[in-house]
Design a protein. Structure first.
Length: 526
């Protein structure tokens, strides 16, 4: 046994009941064992059996050397354990929860009952296994590690879920941004288009204002000229001698020359010329490019009014009254215009060249039972014949045929047909052609249709030349808002040695040109 233990009870010396004391013989025992042997002031050494006399236990001296030795041994033991733990660290993980303050040994166990870390001595004295649930440090370590790993995995899952939610939100925000950008771009385009329309309308208003100002000025000048001419006329009434007549006549001639030159200047004025001569063609050209339905309707109405306005401004008069009761039930003569209210039979205009002069216009209205209009001429020039068909609602078999029949010198020049408001007409055939036998020619044949035709029907427009040696040039057609289908708007037939027609249509046509065995087809509205 070592000196740190009592040889009698085998307990370690301490600072209490087991404090080490030394006898006169030199042997040591703990205070507890000496007290048990002390009797009548005497004590016997358990080692050498020598008897010693002491007045009391407290008078027996304490063995300070043994206590110091015990303390040194404990320090050495602790240092040794640290060295062992240090040397074993590379071989096994360092698993401990520190040094037990009571027993100076490492804590290697977990008391699950009291929820604290304990050492080996604690597991025997203070936490016996029968009363407490003792878990080795390795097992508790793995358990704690699994718990921490589970928490970390759970947090990672929460982070991934949050990240996915944020990504979905980002995608939704990006989608909304793209939609907003598209909407903004569309609005900007619409704004730019509106700005252009506003600028265009402002320019048109400015032009109209300029025209209005000029026309108003012309009206004032007309009034002034009228007043001057009326004054001249008054003075002529007051003339009583040839001398006065010569003087007034000289003044009148001078004034009339001024008036003629002024009128000529009006006709040559570019603005007025554009207003009365080129505005309609420009409108038709703009109408082809227009896609807005409301704007197109407005332009169609304006074109109709302009055609009628131009016709009203044209010189409209006839040298003779046409027909008799066999042809018309009633004829109303108006200034510069013939209005046929009811057509009962076929209208035939004969060979007399005095029937119609250049720039004559026929306006045909009413609801006849059969509309079969045929204008036939022999050995005459039609000139700038202009016919307006306005609102003919009857059933039409052969709408209109214009022709010249000549033995050599007849011609068909400058004829023009205008249709407006002729809706819901079958209009199976609309001829505008020249029938020539020799050297006659057809020039500038024109058809202008505004809202004419029948839905689902197929009107045919033909320019026909028969014979040899004749010519056909500048045959054109304009259709605005037609209701029929027009797969072949213009058909030119060449049947008897008329190659000039192909060249003419190719030159003047404004559509796709297709050459066939029977003729030339111009496909297009104009």
């Amino acid at each position: 046994m070592g000196s740190k233990e009592c040889p009698t009870c085998m307990d370690e010396y301490d600072g209490g009941d087991h404090r080490v004391r030394i006898l006169q013989c030199g042997h040591s025992q703990c205070s507890s064992c000496m007290l048990a042997q002390f009797s009548n002031g005497r004590i016997t050494c358990c080692t050498c059996r020598a008897t010693h006399t002491y007045p009391s236990i407290e008078s027996i001296p304490i063995n300070y050397i043994a206590e110091k030795y015990k303390e040194e041994m404990e320090n050495l033991k602790f240092q040794h354990s640290l060295l062992v733990e240090r040397d074993a660290a590379p071989l096994t993980p360092k698993l401990n929860k520190g040094i037990c303050e009571e027993h100076a040994t490492v804590k290697l166990f977990w008391c699950n009952t009291h929820h604290e870390w304990i050492c080996t001595h604690c597991s025997v004295t203070d936490h016996p296994r029968g009363e407490c649930e003792i878990i080795p440090i390795r097992k508790q370590f793995e358990k704690d590690k699994d718990v921490k790993k589970s928490k970390i995995c759970e947090e990672l899952k929460n982070i991934d879920d949050t990240k996915n939610d944020v990504k979905l939100s980002i995608d939704e925000v990006d989608k909304q941004k793209e939609e907003k950008n598209k909407l903004i771009m569309k609005m900007k385009e619409e704004i730019e288009a509106l700005k252009k329309q506003i600028s265009q309308k402002e320019n048109e208003m400015s032009a109209l204002h300029s025209q209005h100002t000029k026309l108003h000025s012309v009206t004032q000048e007309c009034d002034q000229k009228k007043t001057e001419l009326e004054n001249v006329l008054t003075r002529f009434h007051n003339v009583t001698t040839f001398k006065e007549l010569d003087i007034e006549n000289t003044k009148c001639e001078s004034l009339i020359n001024i008036f003629v030159n002024w009128t000529k200047g009006l006709k040559e004025d570019k603005d007025l010329s554009q207003l009365f001569k080129t505005k309609l063609p420009n409108m038709l050209e703009q109408l082809k490019k227009t896609t807005n339905s409301q704007e197109k309707k407005t332009m169609i109405d304006a074109a109709k009014k302009m055609i009628q306005h131009r016709l009203n401004k044209t010189k409209m008069f006839a040298k003779k009254k046409i027909g008799s009761s066999n042809y018309f039930s009633s004829i109303e003569e108006r200034q510069r215009c013939i209005v046929v209210n009811s057509l009962q039979h076929n209208l035939y205009l004969g060979t007399d060249s005095s029937l119609l002069e250049y720039d004559d216009v026929m306006r045909l209205t009413g609801t006849p039972p059969v509309i079969f209009l045929k204008l036939s001429y022999r050995d005459i020039n039609l000139g700038d014949l202009h016919i307006l068909l306005d609102g003919l609602p009857g059933q039409v078999h052969q709408f209109l045929e214009l022709s010249t029949r000549s033995s050599g010198r007849g011609s068909y020049k400058g004829a023009r047909i205008d249709q407006i408001n002729n809706k819901n007409q079958p209009a199976e055939q609309l001829y505008c052609g020249g029938f020539l036998n020799a050297s006659g020619e057809t020039e500038s044949a024109a058809i202008c249709q505004v809202e004419a035709g029948t839905p689902g029907k197929t009107p045919i427009v033909e320019g026909v030349v028969l014979g040899c040696g004749g010519k056909s040039a500048s045959f054109w057609i304009v259709t605005i808002g037609q209701f029929g289908t027009w797969p072949y708007p213009v058909i030119g037939h060449v049947t008897s040695g008329m190659p000039e027609l192909k060249a003419a249509i190719k030159k003047y046509g404004d559509g796709d040109i297709v050459f066939t065995e029977t003729g030339v087809v111009i496909d297009g509205s104009v």
